[in-house]
Design a protein. Structure first.
Length: 470
């Protein structure tokens, strides 16, 4: 009796290399450190305001200077990162931040609003400059890991923010002078970043060094030529002419608007809307931040299982319902439930947007810069508009106005699942492609990008040189 041949065993998916694992750890620590730095500044803001005797209007003017500087830098950050590379951009941003933090601590100590303003301007610019390369590296590491990990980095930032708030409260309770606090922070963060950044930046994978589909049949990548003057600017500005990138930027703006509105107004809404204490309002804000952190921690597996489009729709729907419960709910317990849904909803929007525009390495810096610009614009424009609406209807009810953005995100959600920004190829698909000698690479990439057997492939594009700064 003939025996049927045993089918060959499917190759075991290769795991991430030690370099990828080390880069992931280092970049997670950099996100955590950034969260600590941001929360430290916010936690000492009352002391700084008191030392300089600033009114609310004067403090708002100083902060506006920082916001404008951040917006200007984030527009240029894509071109600078394309030109310099991630490593150099992050090192420059580290020196800028440490210098700025010294000025922020020195200004109140010597009674100079001008010194404080310059410090805030440079500090905000350093955050904007670092934002683009840090987000690029999350995608490069995700490719090396072979699964969704981008939300984990944003979760590390959230955990760092909570840690920084506690450390700032401890420093204030202990009577640590503002200048000493910021001087220690500047020296410590600079020393750590100089050690961590070189290990957090990986070489550019071949599939990111070329257009995502044009790389399927290409040979080994040629050495990167010396960049032409102005080439980084042209490449970065080209992202502003891509309709898909602009649509995803609008989606990201809705998430940033939701997160920023909570950071700016949630505690005020609890105090004014429910006549509760500031301490209890801080607890509700902590509930929101905790929910957002949980969504980012578990979001990686959820995205791998259900895909970006479905997760974005569910996230936006959760934020929509959560904000309505918070702003229109009849009691504080209902509002707290709303804060949970609100935090769960906005936590994954920005990570999903970054992953969706990261298929072509040559254009990735410019695209992330576009996303960051839209997000920064929302951060600048939304607070005064909500404040003005709050004067008419109360800030808690005014927060309901941001729900329109979540409906827009749901309507545009399909955009994050198409184009050349596909998620990392599934390990099994990569093994299938290698098992057949590379002939299935195109099919495996097609499955990862959501293309079925009857869906035509997009037109091939010319290969672009890898980032020169690596």
């Amino acid at each position: 009796m003939p025996v049927s041949p045993t089918p060959p065993a499917r190759p075991t998916p290769p795991g991430p290399t030690p370099d990828v694992l080390r880069a992931r750890r280092m970049l997670l620590s950099l996100y955590f450190l950034t969260g600590i730095a941001v929360a430290t500044w916010l936690s000492r803001l009352p002391s700084i305001t008191h030392m300089l005797d600033l009114s609310s209007a004067e403090l708002g003017s100083v902060l506006l200077v920082g916001s404008v500087g951040s917006l200007a830098m984030v527009v240029a950050a894509g071109a600078l990162t394309t030109r310099w590379g991630s490593r150099r951009s992050l090192i420059v941003a580290a020196f800028m931040f440490s210098f700025a933090n010294v000025l922020v601590g020195l200004g109140p100590t010597v009674g100079s609003v001008g010194v404080l303003t310059v410090g805030i301007l440079v500090s905000s610019s350093s955050y904007a400059l670092a934002n683009v390369p840090m987000n690029l590296e999350t995608v490069v590491i995700e490719r090396g890991m072979g699964r969704s990990v981008v939300p984990q980095f944003h979760a590390a930032f959230s955990i760092g923010s909570m840690t920084g708030s506690l450390l700032g409260a401890l420093a204030s309770w202990a009577g640590l002078p503002v200048f000493a606090h910021f001087l220690v922070l500047s020296a410590g963060t600079l020393a750590y970043r100089l050690v961590a950044v070189p290990h957090a930046v990986l070489p550019v994978p071949a599939e990111l060094a070329a257009a995502s589909d044009g790389a399927d049949d290409a040979g080994p990548a040629a050495p990167a030529p010396r960049p032409r003057p102005g080439g980084g600017v042209r490449t970065a500005l080209a992202a502003w002419r891509e309709p898909r990138t602009l649509v995803i930027a609008v989606i990201v703006m809705t998430g940033v608007l939701g997160e920023g509105s909570a950071n700016n107004w949630l505690t005020v809404a609890v105090v004014d809307g429910f006549r509760e204490t500031e301490a209890l309002a801080a607890v509700v804000l902590g509930v929101f931040t905790g929910a957002m952190t949980v969504s980012r921690l578990v979001g990686t597996r959820v995205i791998d299982r259900f895909g970006r489009v479905a997760v974005l729709v569910a996230s936006s729907a959760s934020a929509f319902v959560g904000v309505l419960l918070f702003s229109l709910g009849p009691s504080l317990p209902v509002a707290v439930v709303g804060a949970v849904g609100w935090g769960l909803g906005v936590g994954l929007v920005f990570p999903i947007g970054v992953a969706a525009v990261s298929g072509d390495r040559a254009r990735m810096a410019g695209r992330v810069s576009v996303l960051s610009t839209f997000g920064s614009t929302a951060s600048i424009v939304a607070p005064p508009l909500l404040g003005a609406a709050g004067e008419v209807m109360g800030i808690r009810h005014a927060l309901a106005l941001i729900t329109g953005g979540f409906l827009v995100a749901i309507a545009l959600a399909r955009t994050v699942g198409d184009g050349d920004g596909g998620a990392a190829v599934e390990p099994a698909a990569r093994c299938d492609a290698r098992a057949d000698g590379g002939r299935g690479a195109g099919r495996a990439r097609g499955r990862a990008l959501g293309r079925g057997p009857d869906r035509p492939r997009p037109a091939r594009t010319r290969r672009r040189p890898a980032e020169a700064g690596r």
